[in-house]
Design a protein around this ligand. Structure first.
Ligand SMILES: Nc1ncnc2c1ncn2[C@@H]1O[C@H](COP(=O)(O)OP(=O)(O)OP(=O)(O)O)[C@@H](O)[C@H]1O
Length: 330
């Protein structure tokens, strides 16, 4: 059997309600449309993403693919136009003002690209980490100093405890920022381009610091970046293209027959709940696929061909055309 589908521009469908799984971050058919001067920009076009409790996931994509829009929504600073987004049990589309403040104060922690947005310049590293503890006022006073010391040690910045941000390196500032972000033990840690202002070696240290915090505290962590090397530091990397998740790279460590560990990466196309997927761009270009393609269901896979007239890539003989009954047959 074969069929033909149109390659569309991914128009957003109506919301199908929250995704039904136990993810700590659950986005289903998420849409964000910006309207400026009468022109509409669809920054998110039906994005689906689920992150399990305690997982660390990187979201990567080209400039303009919708990464920051996604993170701004997940941090509670913006509201999506449609779809569903539930983080640690909080529905981000319906939460009221008081719930939003609570959500930003204690459910999620943030690390932004600009170090100036993460740390107060006139406070030392210790004072910066202590500030959210003072505001939350949930930990007894005598335990706050110990908590600050523990966090600075965990992030390996104990040596800058008494320094202000201007007296620290970029990497030290970002590692202190991570300590600030997790001070009140949030359930979810969101990092937007946390290595955007750092060189390659320092970036690797900061990404390892995020992984270390995720491992030690179990905080569910989402890192948004355009840095493709992030996939070397996390087990799952989700690629966004045109406001939708397109592919995922899963990384695992295997032991060979000589007992040597080796890293294996596998790339998968993301299939959403209604069966949509984006073909990788290099596949589309290699076969010059456009407008519509032919599909055929085989016993254990699905084949895709160009439907362009004159294309040399024709369906195989096993892919019979679908027969549509005529009026006379009925
Ligand atoms: N406030 C806004 N008003 C209008 N358009 C916007 C707004 N914010 C984002 N956009 C548009 O939405 C699309 C996605 O932007 P977004 O910033 O999420 O991409 P990004 O992947 O984070 O890019 P970068 O890596 O360059 O930061 C872009 O086309 C952008 O121009």
């Amino acid at each position: 059997m074969s069929t033909t589908i149109e390659l569309t521009d991914g128009g957003a469908p109506a919301s199908a309600g929250p995704p039904q799984d136990g993810g700590e971050i659950r986005c289903g058919d998420l849409v964000r449309i910006f309207a400026t001067d009468g022109v509409e920009v669809q920054a998110l076009q039906g994005l689906t993403l689920s992150v399990d409790p305690g997982e660390i996931v990187a979201v990567v994509g080209a400039s303009g693919s919708g990464k920051s829009t996604l993170l701004t929504i997940l941090s509670g600073l913006d509201t999506p136009t449609g779809g569903s987004a539930v983080v640690a049990g909080t529905d981000l589309l319906t939460m009221g003002h008081a719930e939003r403040v609570r959500y930003q104060r204690s459910t999620v922690g943030f690390v932004w690209q600009q170090t100036s947005r993460n740390l107060l310049p006139y406070l030392t590293a210790s004072e910066n980490v202590r500030l959210p503890l003072e505001l939350a006022n949930t930990l007894p006073r005598r335990e706050r100093r110990r908590r600050v010391e523990e966090l600075l040690e965990l992030l390996e910045v104990g040596h800058v405890a008494g320094r202000r941000p201007g007296q620290m390196s970029g990497g030290e500032q970002q590692r202190t920022a991570i300590a600030v972000a997790v001070a009140n033990s949030p359930r979810v840690l969101l990092a937007d381009e946390p290595t955007g202002e750092l060189d390659e070696a320092t970036s690797a240290e900061v990404l390892e610091a995020l992984r270390g915090v995720n491992r030690e505290t179990g905080v569910t962590t989402l890192i948004v970046t355009h840095d493709p090397t992030v996939s070397e530091h996390v087990a799952r990397t989700v690629q966004i293209r045109d406001g939708r998740t397109s592919t995922e790279t899963l990384r695992r460590t295997e032991t060979d027959e000589h007992g040597r560990a080796r890293h294996v990466s596998e790339e998968f196309a993301v299939l959403d709940r209604v069966g949509r997927l984006q073909l990788p761009q290099d596949f589309v270009h290699a076969l010059d696929l456009r407008d519509r393609v032919r599909l055929a269901l085989e016993p254990d896979h699905v084949s895709v061909w160009s439907a362009t007239p004159g294309s040399s890539a024709e369906p195989s003989p096993v892919a019979d055309p679908v027969e549509i009954p005529t009026e006379e047959d009925r």
